[in-house]
Design a protein around this ligand. Structure first.
Ligand SMILES: Nc1nc2c(c(=O)[nH]1)N=C([C@H](O)[C@H](O)COP(=O)(O)OP(=O)(O)OP(=O)(O)O)CN2
Length: 138
């Protein structure tokens, strides 16, 4: 079993707030992240797949193919977007690092695993230099 990781980056805007709460309650809960003005992050995304190396190619999966899957299913939907408003797979969800990480995993699992012998191991998402979430599908 070998693990192979592809990094991608995107930037996106968001705000932490719940519509049904007052502004005061949102600010008490989420602090500056609830500011009515949107703010943005430069996200780094690490997608790790696992499986056996092909004897013939020496590949687990062609990294160019992995890059295209991540771009088509995730990056195109998130880059330069508002995570609260523009992204169908995040509709109705809080735009936190950990929820985004879980939803990205769910978006990628089927297209990655449609390649024989290739399994999605984890998704790691860095929102800032100091904060990241990681999800293993469990
Ligand atoms: N459980 C979570 N808590 C918080 C999240 C999150 O996604 N999940 N997000 C935020 C903010 O959006 C952001 O991540 C924090 O911004 P900021 O404080 O500016 O960034 P740093 O932590 O890197 O800065 P420090 O200087 O180290 O404080 C908040 N909470």
């Amino acid at each position: 079993m070998v693990y192979l990781t592809r990094r991608e980056t995107f930037n996106a805007a968001h705000r932490m707030y719940r519509e049904e709460w007052s502004l005061e309650k949102n600010i008490a809960t989420f602090g500056k992240c609830a500011n009515p003005n949107w703010h943005g992050h430069n996200y780094s995304l690490f997608v790790t797949v696992k499986g056996k190396i092909s004897y013939e190619t020496g590949y687990l999966i062609d990294l160019k193919l992995l890059k295209m899957i991540i771009k088509d299913h995730v990056i195109e939907k998130l880059d330069h977007k508002n995570l609260n408003l523009d992204v169908s797979f995040l509709a109705g969800k809080m735009a936190t690092t950990e929820l985004l990480c879980v939803e990205i995993f769910n978006e990628l699992k089927t297209p990655i695993e449609s390649n024989e012998g290739v399994f999605l191991h984890s998704v790691r998402l860095h929102e800032t230099e100091n904060n990241y979430a990681e999800y293993f599908g469990e």
